[in-house]
Ligand binder design. Structure first.
Ligand SMILES: C[S@@+](CC[C@H](N)C(=O)[O-])C[C@H]1O[C@@H](n2cnc3c(N)ncnc32)[C@H](O)[C@@H]1O
Length: 445
């Protein structure tokens, strides 16, 4: 299939100039199918259509009956998705290698209401990104005290595979879909047109893109606009942070913003342990909230260097906050041996269950870590425990794992607060796989 955005764009323009809008009987996508015979069609199996009509954005290959188009579509091409009678139900981006054959971008109903985006990648990007900006504005982002936030959250902003985090005047774009790589220049141009930034950092998610069938050697991390600085300074909840462009994920875990702020409200006069502290997000909020002392532990030297810089940047009393480089389990075992304990413990380990397949073994790791963390929590103290494994969060097993950890530790737990990622990380209920973060506050008796 050969289709370019300009070609479809021209088609849409012609239609708007010379033809009436499609009648109730001729749909917008049907009209495109009739006028552009070269546009490939992915025809779904009978009985497999409703899921996608209801909004599920990922057309898995098992739902596909046949693919029509000569030549056949290539990865990244815009294709129509049709029901068993070949009537289009939407359009999206095709992938010949992935288990997800099409990422649906727009359904027929929406295309008929706003035909300008139908099979028009540039217009769709502009529309979705503008909607994402407006949503963040309505959520108060950015604000005088926070300029680090998620601007585009993949399926949650109906741009499956695209993540954009804004850190002051820098946008970090994380790509995890073939179409995102293909339309890289359009995406960069659209972002830099739409918000006030001076730098763009492009970060391909290599492992996921391999599964998308892309050649890893073709993927490059690169800047855009003027060359990006190595570090940027941002503000979150009124606290300054240095973010390294080589940092983990996009450089900063903006998803925990609201949970960090909550921690600051309960920290006054408390002794606090922040396990897997990264650049000090929870630790600094605890200190801001008046914690008596804060200890942060992590294995990453660059993260801890930044954590220490962040203490200085915020003029927070160095004596009250200390960061240690040590493995979480080792640290907790040593602390138990020394009979140390804390009023509030935060445990935010890396993703221990990257896939459903390893959920069982990961559950054991979560249980052991949490059991140690509970034993380090003073009687009636609090444990804020997290899992960023989508497989764990979606399984609904996390509380059971925590209960197992409590039994192992010989402690009684009560759930006080259950949260996920901050509200700038919207989730499409048609794609529950988008929910990955669990943040649970427990009383530990
Ligand atoms: C999800 S991030 C934590 C984010 C952090 N709480 C924040 O708010 O920015 C997980 C952290 O665990 C650290 N980590 C990974 N393995 C570790 C280990 N064995 N022991 C201690 N820290 C570890 C990583 O370096 C990373 O900083």
């Amino acid at each position: 299939m050969i289709i370019t955005t300009t070609f479809v764009g021209r088609l849409m323009l012609q239609r708007s100039l010379s033809r009436p809008l499609p009648s109730a009987t001729t749909s917008t996508l049907q009209e495109i199918a009739s006028n552009c015979p070269k546009v490939a069609k992915v025809v779904l199996k009978k009985g497999k259509t409703q899921l996608f009509r209801d909004g599920s954005p990922m057309v898995y290959s098992g739902a596909v009956d046949r693919i029509l188009g000569r030549p056949p579509p290539k990865t990244g091409d815009a294709v129509l998705v049709a029901d068993g009678t070949q009537k289009p139900i939407g359009w999206g981006f095709y992938n010949s290698a992935s288990m997800f054959c099409v990422r649906l971008m727009q359904l027929e109903e929406e295309a008929s209401k706003d035909p300008s985006c139908a099979m028009n990648v540039e217009k769709l990007l502009e529309t979705r990104i503008c909607a994402a900006i407006e949503l963040r504005k309505n959520l108060g982002l950015p604000s005088a005290h926070t300029n680090a936030y998620r601007l585009v959250n993949s399926e949650g902003d109906r741009l499956s595979g695209l993540i954009v985090d804004v850190f002051g005047d820098l946008a970090v774009i994380a790509s995890s879909a073939a179409w995102v790589e293909r339309y890289k220049q359009h995406i960069k141009a659209c972002i830099s047109r739409s918000i006030k930034i001076n730098h763009i950092n492009w970060r391909p998610s290599i492992e996921i893109l391999k599964e998308e069938g892309l050649n890893v050697s073709d993927l490059t991390e690169e800047g855009g606009l003027s060359s990006s600085p190595e570090r940027v300074k941002v503000l979150e909840n009124g606290i300054s942070y240095l973010i390294s462009l080589d940092g983990q994920k996009t450089g900063f875990y903006a998803d925990q913003r609201e949970n960090r702020q909550f921690l600051s409200t309960i920290s006054e006069g408390q002794e606090i342990l922040d396990i897997c502290c990264y650049t000090g997000g929870f630790a600094l909020n605890a200190a801001k909230g008046g914690a008596l002392n804060v200890t942060g532990v992590d294995t990453s030297v660059p993260a801890l260097e930044l954590a220490n810089k962040n203490v200085i940047l915020n003029d927070m009393d160095h004596g009250r906050i200390s960061f240690l480089r040590q493995d979480a389990t080792e640290f907790m075992k040593d602390a138990l041996y020394k009979e140390d304990s804390w009023d509030i413990v935060i445990l935010d380990p890396p993703k221990l269950a990257p896939r459903k397949k390893v959920l069982q073994s990961a559950s054991g790791m979560y249980r052991n870590l949490n059991s140690l963390a509970m034993r380090l929590t003073k009687k009636n103290g609090l444990l804020m425990t997290c899992s960023c494994s989508g497989a764990m969060t979606q399984s609904g097993m996390f509380l059971r794992v925590l209960q197992g950890a409590a039994s192992m530790a010989g402690r009684k737990i009560t759930v006080l607060r259950q949260a996920g990622a901050a509200c700038d990380h919207p989730i499409d209920p048609s794609y529950p796989e988008g929910a990955y973060l669990s943040n649970i506050l427990l009383r530990v008796q």
